[in-house]
Design a protein around this ligand. Structure first.
Ligand code: SF4
Length: 82
């Protein structure tokens, strides 16, 4: 059986428009700051949250939320990893 690569969430703070949809779809890993911008839980997404994470990424209206390899620190220069 192949091991599933661990992933984490990143958000592009320029593209994010603070809709807050991601926090509604993935409350176990995303909270909102006072302005409605997402605060991401650090580290890899636990297996039980992967489906919700993919759904939150797909639902982001500005494509600001992305999944990247957990070990990938190169990401997009504007990505916000909290
Ligand atoms: S759904 Fe997308 S645009 Fe809305 S707060 Fe989350 S990351 Fe930002």
């Amino acid at each position: 059986m192949a091991l599933r690569k661990q992933q984490r969430l990143v958000v592009d703070p320029i593209a994010c428009q603070a809709h807050g949809l991601c926090a509604e779809l993935l409350p176990e890993m995303i909270s909102l700051d006072d302005w409605g911008y997402p605060i991401l839980a650090p580290g890899a997404i636990p297996p039980q949250a992967r489906a919700h994470a993919r759904r939150a990424v797909a639902a982001c209206p500005t494509l600001a939320l992305r999944l990247v390899a957990a070990a990938d620190d190169a990401g997009h220069p504007g990505d916000r990893v909290v």
